[in-house]
Design a protein around this ligand. Structure first.
Ligand SMILES: NC(=O)c1ccc[n+]([C@@H]2O[C@H](COP(=O)([O-])OP(=O)(O)OC[C@H]3O[C@@H](n4cnc5c(N)ncnc54)[C@H](OP(=O)(O)O)[C@@H]3O)[C@@H](O)[C@H]2O)c1
Length: 74
């Protein structure tokens, strides 16, 4: 399952991130973030980090990365 996650740099989102990385049914995790995530996260083959300056508009190349996601945890 492909999942989109926001807030991964925060308190709640950080734990959601850990749970999603450990979940065997999640094989693709797209993290939308304003700040960098730790190397241990970005080097995980399940993870694709997309840095956005703001979350109200999405360039076509970002939308194509989000395509096929079955879930979004916002
Ligand atoms: N903590 C609790 O006990 C608790 C309980 C009930 C409900 N909640 C709710 O759960 C949510 C998360 O809480 P939290 O404690 O994890 O907060 P937090 O530690 O402050 O984390 C907030 C997260 O949201 C991101 N964010 C904030 N404003 C943003 C914006 N304008 N655009 C994009 N990303 C933005 C932050 O990104 P940056 O790192 O880039 O700033 C960070 O990743 C909040 O809505 C809070 O009200 C929390």
């Amino acid at each position: 399952m492909k999942v989109i996650l926001t807030g991964a740099t925060g308190f709640i989102g950080g734990e959601v991130l850990n749970q999603a990385l450990a979940h065997p049914k999640i094989n693709s995790l797209i993290c939308l973030t304003r700040k960098p995530l730790p190397d241990a996260v970005t080097s995980n083959p399940k993870v694709k980090v997309i840095n956005l300056a703001e979350f109200s508009s999405y360039a076509p190349e970002v939308l194509s990365e989000l395509e096929g996601a079955e879930s979004c945890i916002w």
